[in-house]
Write a protein that binds this ligand. Structure first.
Ligand SMILES: [Zn+2]
Length: 167
């Protein structure tokens, strides 16, 4: 779903990276994401962390891949990657600790309270998506998809696409 877009780091279409394991297209992630989420032993083996993309495909064993053939498996990542899992627990929001299960539990009420809370906290600048979310970007696109909230995720783009000081 082209629900969101990366304004500053968009690659030319012919450079769109594809996961060597499953063929899904992946988006580049910043070094800061791999530095904080890849297990230390694997991180040391990799050397440079600057050329990796994230594979968010369900069931695929790879979390990150680079054009030169280096890969990072799910098991080399410190956190469980909810969007890649079919079974519980499936964490989606790593900054404020919400899972797909939380959203499913809320769905009956139809309040959208979790989406609202995450949005509000992001607006306050409390999110650290690049360091906590394996996707390396705001979770709101994923959260909205699981919550069944319609509409474009412009909030996700607005709250977390801006580079933060110190990155
Ligand atoms: Zn893959």
């Amino acid at each position: 779903m082209p629900a969101d877009h990366d304004r500053s780091r968009e690659q030319a279409p012919d450079r769109r990276a594809r996961c060597p394991a499953c063929g899904a297209s992946g988006r580049r992630v910043g070094e800061i994401t791999l530095r904080s989420l890849v297990r230390e032993a694997r991180r040391d083996e990799l050397g440079s962390l600057s050329e990796f993309a994230f594979c968010g495909a369900m069931g695929c064993e790879l979390a990150y891949f680079a054009a030169d053939g280096r890969t990072v498996r799910k098991s080399d990542v410190k956190v469980r990657i909810g969007v890649k899992e079919a079974s519980s627990p499936r964490p989606l929001c790593y900054c404020f600790d919400y899972s797909a299960e939380d959203l499913e539990a809320e769905a009956g009420a139809g309040s959208g309270a979790i989406v609202q809370e995450i949005t509000a906290r992001c607006r306050e600048g409390l999110d650290r998506c690049a360091e906590t979310n394996p996707r390396g970007a705001c979770c709101l696109g994923d959260v909205r998809r699981f919550a069944g909230v319609s509409g474009r995720s412009t909030l996700a783009a607005a709250c977390c696409a801006e580079p933060k000081p110190g990155n």
